[in-house]
Unconditional design. Structure first.
Length: 396
């Protein structure tokens, strides 16, 4: 039975999409007879040693008074210390450079193959969370990302946009672009049909319709566009915006300030993130779901595969989303959802009113979206693709 070390600088379990992704990857590997050991940080509440989805879990303690980078470096050193003692792993699967850079550099010493799972790159994403970060530090981080990509035996990512960005960073630059792209396997995120399935749209008679956003409050999510669109919508239709997600204090304060400035406090509810098992019921209570991704390098250059889009659609809710490549990889425009011009609150308001005023259109989009996702984007399909990558890596 092949032994796998899976490392992730993410709390597992947690409401974040990263946790959902990791848990489904582990489930697929364990079902395929891999012996999986997951190493993650501890939030101070979860047990140090645990078992999840049939995998052993070790959680690394962290000093929560330290900043993000200090904690990330500490995590990377803890993983390296573990590997310096334990050489029994056939594959080390990592999701970031904090430990991945050292692992890729020392893979021969550790006697393992390496798999780099690229969902987000800190050289692009960190500045949205920490606007004051030094550009020189980000440049050094990018150098480590490129080195880790070059040294890894296999690379997976969740979108074609991400694959194209990775290959642009110089993977075997002498090879044709088509050959370079084959070095990176695209494995989109998914949904579980047992958790998300088509449910009837709630009646809009005698109640204020709910426009729902679920996800982080990160600056790249485009929540300011939804906030700015709301007064234009309210001129013609009553609606309540419900925002459910995890955010830093700075992000919550900025959001509250934007809402207050427009005088729409009574029409907006901002709630903390909820456990993942509560999300299906939350989506089922909504009339329209929104994914207002902003026009920025995180979404356009790096790319992503937003789990929220897939879950909105699987649950059978009409969706409004930014019209950009990472969305069009998952959504058929005017078939599964209405797409609006990114960073354009007037276009978002127009598309929202189109759905509010046409229940049959909402129903048609919702039904099509649910069928599309539950047919093409399940975690089962993602797991099969991941196991196939492992098979090639191990020479099966």
């Amino acid at each position: 039975m092949p032994k796998i070390l899976y490392t992730a600088f993410d709390i597992v379990p947690s409401p974040k999409g990263a946790s959902t992704h990791i848990l489904h990857n582990i489930r697929g590997l364990v079902k395929s007879q891999f012996d999986v050991h997951l190493i993650t940080p501890n939030d101070g509440l979860l047990p140090t040693e645990d078992t999840i989805e049939g995998a052993r879990v070790t959680r690394i303690s962290q000093d929560l008074t330290q900043n993000f980078l200090a904690r990330a470096v500490h995590f990377g050193r803890a993983v390296s210390s573990h590997l310096a003692i334990h050489h029994e792993y056939d594959v080390v699967h990592f999701r970031n450079i904090w430990d991945g850079f050292q692992i890729a550099q020392n893979k021969k010493k550790y006697g393992c193959k390496t798999l780099f799972e690229v969902n987000g790159l800190p050289s692009i994403e960190l500045k949205y969370h920490y606007p004051g970060l030094d550009s020189g530090l980000l440049s050094k981080i990018k150098e480590q990302e490129i080195a880790t990509l070059h040294l890894s035996d296999a690379i997976i990512c969740p979108s074609r946009v991400t694959r194209d960005y990775i290959t642009s960073l110089g993977l075997n630059p002498s090879s044709p672009l088509r050959t370079r792209r084959r070095l990176v396997t695209v494995i989109p995120n998914g949904v579980s049909p047992s958790d998300f399935s088509l449910s009837p749209l709630p009646s809009r008679e005698g109640r204020v319709p709910v426009l729902l956003y679920i996800g982080t409050l990160a600056d790249w999510q485009g929540l300011d566009i939804v906030i700015k669109s709301l007064p234009k919508i309210l001129e013609q239709q009553p609606v309540r915006l419900q925002i459910v997600g995890r955010g830093r204090s700075r992000q919550r304060k900025m959001l509250a300030r934007q809402i207050r400035k427009l005088g729409i406090e009574e029409h907006v509810i901002v709630q903390p993130a909820v456990p993942h098992h509560e999300i299906p019921a939350l989506i089922a209570s909504a009339d329209i779901c929104v994914a207002p991704l902003g026009l920025n390098d995180r979404n356009v250059t790096q790319g992503a595969c937003p789990i929220k889009l897939l879950e909105y659609m699987a649950a059978g809710r009409p969706m409004l989303a930014s019209n950009m490549p990472i969305v069009r990889e998952l959504v058929r425009e005017d078939v599964d959802a209405l797409l609006f011009s990114p960073n354009d609150p007037e276009d978002l308001a127009r598309q929202t009113l189109a759905l509010l005023n046409d229940f049959e259109l909402s129903k048609r989009l919702a039904e099509s979206a649910s069928e599309h996702v539950l047919t093409n984007f399940t975690w089962h399909e993602s797991q099969k693709k991941l196991v196939k990558v492992y098979g090639k890596l191990l020479g099966d």
